[in-house]
Design a protein around this ligand. Structure first.
Ligand SMILES: [Zn+2]
Length: 185
């Protein structure tokens, strides 16, 4: 069985122009949160995946030794990061195989994130995702939302395709890239 995590990122740059862009290590802009330990986060409440998404957020905090912390907001109004759940990624994105999507907004002058939105889907074109696949998709999209592009390393959580279904973890490579970005030692 072939599972594809083709993730499309929609970038909103500077003047409010949208670009559709598949992320690679090369074209991922070097953008960071100014306060990565206070990312104001709104997760769609009362959904079967609400708690799972919080566990994915917590996993990033644990793996980065609290270098990344998501602060939950009760309303979307003040949130910098919003997470919503859908059955399938809307066809308007022309991404039949997508299981997750992250839209990033940042300012080009200082390369700082302004906000981000993650969409997590229940189904790919191959059918319903397993719990582990959804969790992997969440970790992957959160990786984009904190500034990581795709990796060519199959062990990276940012690897865009997986041939065989398995639970994927945040890798040392992912953490090293974040350490550089946020100047952790
Ligand atoms: Zn991706």
């Amino acid at each position: 069985m072939k599972k594809i995590f083709f993730i499309m990122i929609v970038l909103l740059i500077g003047f409010g122009v949208f670009f559709d862009k598949a992320y690679t290590e090369q074209n991922m802009p070097n953008v960071a949160w100014s306060k990565p330990t206070q990312i104001k986060t709104y997760i769609q409440p009362n959904h079967k995946y609400t708690e799972k998404m919080k566990r994915a957020c917590h996993r990033w905090s644990v793996m980065t030794r609290d270098g990344i912390i998501f602060k939950y907001e009760n309303t979307p109004a003040n949130a910098q990061l919003k997470v919503v759940f859908v059955e399938k990624i809307p066809e308007s994105f022309h991404m039949d195989s997508a299981v997750g999507l992250t839209r990033l907004t940042y300012t080009t002058g200082d390369n700082q994130f302004r906000n981000a939105e993650i969409i997590i889907a229940d189904y790919s074109q191959y059918g319903k995702l397993t719990d582990d696949e959804v969790f992997t998709s969440m970790l992957h999209e959160l990786g984009h939302a904190i500034g990581l592009g795709h990796s060519n390393n199959p062990k990276s959580i940012m690897y865009p395709t997986t041939q065989h279904v398995k639970t994927m973890e945040i890798s040392k490579e992912d953490l090293n890239l974040l350490a550089q970005k946020y100047h952790w030692r």
